[in-house]
Each structure stands twice: as structure tokens, then as C-alpha cells.
Design a protein around this ligand. Sequence first.
Ligand code: ADP
Ligand code: MG
Length: 360
Amino acid sequence: RNAIEVVNVSKIFGSGEGQVAALDKVSVSIRENEFFTLLGPSGCGKTTLLRLIAGFDFPSAGEILLYGQDIAPLPPFKRPVNTVFQSYALFPHMTVADNIGFGLEMLGKPKAEIAARVAQMLKLVKMETLSNRRTSQISGGQQQRVALARALAPQPKVLLLDEPLSALDYKLRKEMQIELKRLQHETGITFIFVTHDQEEALTMSDRIAVMSSGKILQVGAPRDIYDRPAERFVADFIGETNFLEGTVVSKKSGVATVKLASGATVAAGFPENFDPSGAVTVVVRPEHADLIADVSKSTVSGTLANVVYFGTDTHYHVKLDGGDNFIVRYQNSRSGAVTFETGAKVGIVFEDDGARILRD
Ligand code: ADP
Ligand code: MG
């Protein structure tokens, strides 16, 4: 069952020369009880889409359905939707408990019901002991929890979260990522989460919509998006990717044979609804390629330019003979290590299914 359906929604700001299509015919369905993420670079339209769902602004075209009903006639406060902003927007002079109860007060709920719900929310976000503190006197991470509790208190059907973790430092952000997953799971509320951080999107989401310039390019589970990016932008934005130019020489059922500039031919998969031909770009993830010493057996070859250690893994930067750069990544294991010195001639081979052709 879909909680939200966005159907052909466009949002145009300004007019004439200064016109910006913040959203350009966007369609996407978000399932009930899903942790759904909008991922894309700054300015791609993420906040605009959330604001349209919340009702703070209106689409220029298209419609938004909530459980099949057009929500256009509903003002924001009548929508069963709540928002957590990056800035938290708490009332600093009010206590934690009063902040959490604020939305319920506005809805005119009875005092006893508010008290009970606030207590439940304090427990949910583990803030029972700080209920009487003013929010100006708690830490950033604690403020984040209060903002979440306040947004969850009226029991919305959908919670919108606009880059809620971006103000937190790395460790706290990691903690809150797990906390948010737990809250979504425990409450069963549909979460629409916005981030420009691909790692955050991959670790937290049931599904991700990758956005660029007002469009949704691909929707899928984290693994689909990472392993089978549909377009060059998606492959480039999510994780690291090597790009090689080549020419399709033959193809059958989802796999093409591509002749690379090096003269080698590789088998490369390609997305459904796409028929590659002629000059194409082949993408290979750094962990889907291997370094070998015997250059005569390699698909592409070059000189090892740099070895970069990352703690959990090591990146080998190869300057290919044709001039392109190529990165091969190995996980650091306690036993074996790849032993190539900077300056060495190295060969590279791709793992089976490691190469894919993408739409530009
Ligand atoms: P994101 O949240 O992905 O960073 P936004 O949705 O905030 O992106 O913005 C998308 C585009 O729309 C940007 O080009 C932005 O400058 C423009 N935009 C957003 N809000 C307005 C507005 N109120 N007036 C004019 N342009 C806007
Ligand atoms: Mg934004």
C-alpha cells in the first residue's frame, strides 16, 4: 500500500529569465511504513518536494495523493504529516516536555492525554530524566531527540525529515542514524528522509530516490542503486566509480561486448529499457576490479600512481596507459595484503559482472 503518491509534480519558481524548475515532472510512490530517502546534491529539489508534501507550498502542476486522496485542499495543519527541520526549531525558553507537548496543545487535546503522550514520547527518545530542562540547556544531540519526539507526538502518518542530522558531529550522527531507524521501526510511521550524504542514504533506507536538477533519476533499494545504477550521474554520485570509454561490438540479452580503448574486450551488463550501441561509457566499481602483476593477462594496464590507506580499506590509484585514472579498492585484511609499490607496472582485470554500461 502506498502512503504517498507524487504524480507528475512540477514546481516552478520565478518567471521569465529567472525561472527555475525546482521540480520537473516528478513521480514517485512511497510505501506505508517505509524508510524512504530523497538523496541528491544541494539545490536538486529535495526540500521543495518535502514542502509540497507538508503543504507549506503548492505544486505548479501535478498532484500529491495521501492514501489515494488528493491532499491539495488540506492546509498543512490538517495533513497527517509532520516535519523535522535541520534547525530543530525548538522553543528555547520552554522545557523539553512542553516542547514535545506543544503540537498537541495546539490541536486542543485534553491535558491528561497530552501528559500521557509526552511521557510516552520522552521514553521513546530516552529523554525522561531531562523532561524539565529548558531546551537551551541541553546538547545538540538531545535537542535533536526533542525535535523528533515533538514531531512524532501527534502520531502523524508520515514524518518528513529534512537533513535532520547534518548539524551533528560524526559520532553523534552515526548514533542518531541508528536511533532514527529504531524510531521508524517502533512507531511504524512512514519516514521520508532527506540527505545529500550517500553513505547515510545507503545505510538507513529501505529505498532511495536519487535526485538531480529537479528530477528523480532512479528509485530502488540501496543495493540496487549501488550495484545497478541506471545512469552515469547515479553511479558517480553514489560511491566511487571508474569510467572507461568503449564501443559496443555485439550484444545479447542484457550483456554487451565492448571494445575498450586499450584494445581489450569486456562483457558489460546494461539496464533494462536501454539499448546501448556505438560509443558507450563502461563503469566499474573499485571493489569489482583486481590488480595483477602479469600485464599480458590484463584488461587494462598502467602504472600504480598512488596507494591511499583508509583504515578499513586501501585505494590503489592507477594511471592507465591511455591516460585515464582507475581506482582499485581492497579491504584491509589482517592476513594478506596486496603488495604493489608505487611506480610499478600493473594490470587490471574486472570481476565477472563487474562492468556495466550506463546511459549518460
Ligand atoms: P535542496 O533541498 O535539494 O538543496 P531546494 O528544494 O531547496 O533544493 O531548491 C531547489 C531549487 O529551487 C534551487 O535551485 C533553489 O534555488 C530553488 N528554490 C527553492 N526555493 C525557492 C524559492 N522560494 N524561490 C526561488 N527559488 C527557490
Ligand atoms: Mg534542502
